[in-house]
Design a protein around this ligand. Sequence first.
Ligand code: PLP
Length: 221
Amino acid sequence: MNIKNNILKFQESLLGTSCKLVAVTKTKPISDILEAYEAGLTRFGENKVQELTEKSSQLPEDIEWHMIGHLQRNKVKYIAPFISLIHSVDSFRLLQEVNKEGIKNNRIINCLLQMHIAEEETKFGLSEKELFDLINSVEFDDLQNIKILGLMGMATFTDDEKQIRKEFKGLKKLFERIKEQPARENLFFSELSMGMSSDYKIGIEEGSTMIRVGSAIFGSR
Ligand SMILES: *Cc1c(COP(=O)(O)O)cnc(C)c1O
């Protein structure tokens, strides 16, 4: 794998779009991350808290770390001091915990709400009803140390492009519906995280603002 060339290719395909690249480095060594950093990337994503904290402590401070995997409430405290964006908030209780840790660390923690858009039952995420219940609840307004920047979703694992496109379109529509609502202190929609190595092109075409790409840059895991 030529990491540098792969990154150049992605940077080219993102030129002229407003879509950002989150380089997913899970299971990859520090040396790979440094290579990507030296090629100009500063936005990296991990899916496990322990791996994320270990790596971040050994790497330059200007890296923006993104948590993209399922997050347990008892582990929020380890990433709260430095995390740049949590893509995977999928319950009100988790959001409350993030807010609590935001208060402790005297910062506002940026989050995306993860939506369940795939056909598989195993993928995490909120249903549309759960999403509206959450953001319309009275308790939500009390959370002043979090900010919801948008939505994240993972499409069904399939070769069927039509299926993936349909799921991304649905997510984009939902994103726009919420974006149209009056802005609030802790809810300001600007980011739509959709697309990974296998489906990032469809993601970009359907309005993604952040693609999360691992294997297409760093090789298979
Ligand atoms: C691993 C992972 C990715 C990247 O997957 P690739 O297929 O390697 O690009 C994206 N999003 C999430 C949530 C992941 O866990």
